[in-house]
Design a protein around this ligand. Structure first.
Ligand SMILES: *[C@@H]1O[C@H](CO)[C@@H](O)[C@H](O)[C@H]1NC(C)=O
Ligand SMILES: *[C@@H]1O[C@H](CO)[C@@H](O)[C@H](O)[C@H]1NC(C)=O
Ligand SMILES: *[C@@H]1O[C@H](CO)[C@@H](O)[C@H](O)[C@H]1NC(C)=O
Ligand SMILES: *[C@@H]1O[C@H](CO)[C@@H](O)[C@H](O)[C@H]1NC(C)=O
Ligand SMILES: *[C@@H]1O[C@H](CO)[C@@H](O)[C@H](O)[C@H]1NC(C)=O
Ligand SMILES: *[C@@H]1O[C@H](CO)[C@@H](O)[C@H](O)[C@H]1NC(C)=O
Ligand SMILES: *[C@@H]1O[C@H](CO)[C@@H](O)[C@H](O)[C@H]1NC(C)=O
Ligand SMILES: *[C@@H]1O[C@H](CO)[C@@H](O)[C@H](O)[C@H]1NC(C)=O
Ligand SMILES: *[C@@H]1O[C@H](CO)[C@@H](O)[C@H](O)[C@H]1NC(C)=O
Ligand SMILES: [Cu+2]
Length: 226
């Protein structure tokens, strides 16, 4: 308890505080494990050894994702790879968005449409992946361009429940907005998203509408070199 209090204090004070994946249970504690570092691609240098036999059951239609985030904002991505010891996290569940605020960030049904589409492209569907192992990779890119990685290992299971609405809530002032065009700034980013939440590419399940993840007409520039 003392340790975690100290860590929280450290995170609150540190300009380079990292993030924590609370649900599904992360592969390992990348904040305190000596050989771990969130700077290391793809999974903070934590092997899957401990989670091979103990993974979180997660809906093949997109389960919940709960994180503790500490930066004022961070470009955030959620990817998925099917199998064990995955090195190709090649299904993009949530394409890049600007996660704003610190505290708890939670998605109820993560990347529902993108998961469906990604499974389809892989010749699979929600039924055929039942019981299969997979891993989530969450990436946050802070203001300086430093990329932070964490993974969480899951087993697809149609009976797996989503987090309850009382357990899955964003802290006050925590949310997400569309990534700004390079070279532009907006006085009120919270209200700016030019979303088209109904397109699979941009929508992240229940995120789409409020986030404006739809990359409508290429309106949102990728921040090359960030
Ligand atoms: C969140 O940010 C506020 C304002 O910068 C700061 O006072 C607070 O300690 C931060 N909380 C955490 C958990 O990082
Ligand atoms: C990654 O972890 C292994 C042990 O799991 C350790 O030997 C190695 O030094 C770590 N790499 C870095 C860059 O910390
Ligand atoms: C996955 O990696 C773990 C830890 O390195 C190893 O014990 C296990 O045999 C690997 N499994 C496969 C299927 O490669
Ligand atoms: C299995 O995972 C649960 C929660 O994810 C954890 O509480 C438990 O300690 C883990 N057991 C082992 C043997 O790793
Ligand atoms: C994704 O990676 C898997 C290996 O993990 C590979 O079999 C599959 O072809 C890849 N899919 C795409 C679209 O690249
Ligand atoms: C899904 O989870 C349920 C409840 O834990 C379990 O009984 C069932 O065996 C799991 N199904 C698969 C395919 O792992
Ligand atoms: C993310 O949002 C924050 C807060 O609105 C803003 O200051 C920052 O410039 C945004 N970053 C990008 C890359 O859009
Ligand atoms: C959003 O996409 C839907 C389906 O492709 C389309 O019918 C609708 O007109 C689009 N809305 C906007 C605002 O572009
Ligand atoms: C948290 O914020 C994101 C981004 O605005 C939103 O898509 C998501 O639905 C919110 N989570 C909950 C549980 O409302
Ligand atoms: Cu950090």
């Amino acid at each position: 308890m003392l340790t975690s209090t100290l860590i929280l204090l450290f995170l609150a004070l540190s300009a380079s505080a990292h993030f924590k994946v609370e649900y599904p249970t992360w592969r390992g504690d990348s904040l305190t494990t000596d050989t771990a570092s969130q700077w290391i691609f793809p999974c903070a240098n934590i092997s899957e050894a401990t989670s091979l036999s103990n993974r979180t059951a997660w809906s093949p239609e997109g389960g919940s994702l709960k994180m503790e985030v500490h930066h004022p904002w961070a470009l955030t991505y959620v990817n998925l790879g099917i199998g064990t010891n995955v090195s190709a996290f090649n299904i993009s569940l949530v394409s890049g968005f600007n996660q704003t605020g610190n505290g708890t960030f939670c998605l109820s049904e993560t990347g529902k449409e993108n998961l469906k589409e990604g499974l389809r492209k892989a010749g699979k569907d929600a039924k055929s992946v039942e019981g299969m192992p997979a891993s989530l990779q969450v990436i946050q890119i802070a203001a300086t361009g430093a990329s932070l990685y964490n993974c969480a290992d899951i087993t697809f299971n149609a009976t797996a429940a989503l987090l309850s609405s009382s357990d899955c809530q964003n802290s006050t002032n925590v949310g997400g907005v569309a990534i700004q065009n390079a070279g532009t700034s907006t006085t009120n980013p919270q209200s700016s998203p030019a979303a088209n939440a109904s397109t699979p590419t941009g929508a992240a399940g229940k995120m789409g509408a409020s986030l404006g993840l739809g990359i409508a007409g290429g309106a949102l520039a990728m921040l090359v070199g960030l």
